[in-house]
Design a protein around this ligand. Sequence first.
Ligand code: CO8
Length: 258
Amino acid sequence: AQQYENILVELRGRVGLVTLNRPKALNALNQATMNEIVAAVSDMDADPAVGAVVITGSEKAFAAGADIKEMASKGYMDMYAADWFRAWENLTRLRIPVIAAVSGYALGGGCELAMMCDFIIAGDNAKFGQPEINLGVIPGMGGSQRLTHAVGKAKAMDMILTGRFMDAAEAERAGLVSRVAPADSVVEEALKAAKVIASKSKPVAMVAKEAVNAAFETGLSQGVLFERRIFHSLFATEDQKEGMAAFTEKRQPEFKHR
Ligand code: CO8
């Protein structure tokens, strides 16, 4: 297995667990950490033995943002030439389902990383925020877009203009997170959800994710057509035959493409 400096990577059955591990910087996301996360999840995406991924941090901080110290002295040309944060988008191009298990601070780039995942399970101590305005900048890893998609204009404007934090209860009410669990069991809760996903047909889970994501990129009638064509295509798979046969025969399906 590959060695990483800023993250811990484990396989729990068919679930990949990526744990941010820069405790002294509250898991601030420097370039090296980003490259490692993208590399680790890309490997899992390509590995038929992995059916879903959980990304988590510590109980105190999922991630307190992009690494401010790494960026503070940079100029426009440095940021432009490096196309700073562009590589994060690679995470959103992966097909394997990815869950963020968020305890503590998910601020700035940390909130944006969580929102790049397919869904977020929050600990009851979670604090989400886009406080970049306090640093004289704005979100740079998709926050102004993904937060607005997730919680609507009113709350997104409020958060991004004032820099205030949202707690877990508000985040769940607003639709930013799918569930809230006690902080000390949020990783277990996410691993359980990932295990359920990993028990399905992996290619079918991948196209399901692709279909949901199409809702953000297309109009309704194009999205519905895209979904229907994918639905039709699944009748060419062994896993559709197996899934429907298992239902008829009143047994659990044994999906082949896991
Ligand atoms: N980057 C680098 N280091 C950080 C970061 C960060 N985002 N967040 C925390 N750290 C470091 C602290 O500097 C500190 O290090 P040290 O011990 O060497 O002083 C260590 O982590 C522990 O942090 P604190 O002592 O501050 O811990 P507290 O429990 O007192 O406070 C907070 C926790 C409230 C989370 C606090 O650390 C904080 O406000 N962090 C910054 C949050 C933030 O603004 N995040 C947004 C980052 S910006 C971003 O993601 C988008 C791009 C913005 C570009 C900015 C260009 C200048």
